[in-house]
Design a protein around this ligand. Structure first.
Ligand code: PGA
Length: 248
């Protein structure tokens, strides 16, 4: 079963209405013939303007986080209904920066994932090990634990996109080698087969993320288990189009 590749940008806390609109305008013709699904996940406050800018293009606008409650006293948070108001389909959940700086745990990742799925959104669920965990040989144990907790209660795992992002590769310019990325992503796929079913593992989209750029995307995308990328820094410039067009 062929999986359709999926390249998503993660703008993090970057861009404004003016710079974001310009970038989308410039990117749109460059990615129009992509052979993959294309999305840009943007800060919540930019979603209305970027949705407008991306109208009529093949760029989907996604969010960078979502809360698990339907509404209520959660100052600073955004609900699924607010995202759906703007036609958002994708939402990043459990990014390592949320885990590192904002107290995100596997338990809260799980709550967000379940709420997003119930609302018909597609979570881009991020998992990955730190450098010390990799060096201690704990990568597979860390990933196993993250998958166990993050996916608790998820019935159809194929409605989720998993982004494998080794924390040591994010924003550091230190990409995982093609082999390291493939090895861990193949491991994730085998865990999904065990937790769910081989067909589910065959179907689920798993991205690589962490300093993926125009130079290294070809090698990563050539790996049999890597279905796409979650792109931080390189999604803030026209290089994003080169990644989207890695196969051309
Ligand atoms: P990076 O970020 O491409 O800048 O390393 C990736 C991510 O954090 O999703």
């Amino acid at each position: 079963m062929a999986r359709k590749p999926f390249i998503a940008g993660n703008w993090k806390m970057n861009m404004t209405v003016a710079t974001g609109t310009q970038l989308i305008k410039d990117l749109a013709p460059l990615v129009a013939d992509a052979n993959c699904d294309v999305a840009l996940c943007v800060p919540a406050i930019l979603i209305p303007a970027m949705t407008e800018a991306a109208k009529g293009t093949n760029i989907a606008i996604g969010a960078e986080n979502v809360h698990w409650a339907a509404s209520g006293a959660y100052t600073g948070e955004v609900s699924t209904a607010m995202l759906k108001d703007y036609g958002v389909q994708y939402v990043i959940i459990g990014h390592s920066e949320r885990r590192q700086y904002f107290g995100e745990t596997d338990e809260t990742v799980n709550k967000r994932v379940l709420t997003a799925l119930a609302a018909g959104l597609t979570p881009i669920m991020c998992i990955g090990e730190t450098l010390s965990q990799r060096e201690a040989g704990e990568t597979e144990a860390v990933i196993t634990k993250q998958l166990d907790i993050d996916l608790q209660g998820v019935e159809d795992v194929t409605k989720i996109v998993i982004a494998y992002e080794p924390v040591w590769a994010i924003g550091t310019g230190r990409t995982a080698t093609d082999e390291q990325a493939e090895e861990t992503i193949a491991f994730i796929r085998s865990r999904i087969a065990e937790m769910y079913c081989p067909k589910c593992a065959e179907k689920i989209i798993i991205q690589y993320g962490g300093s993926m750029n125009a130079g290294n995307c070809k090698g990563l995308m050539a790996q049999p288990d890597i279905d796409g990328g979650l792109i931080g820094g390189a999604s803030l410039k026209l290089d994003f189009a080169k990644i989207v067009n890695w196969d051309k």
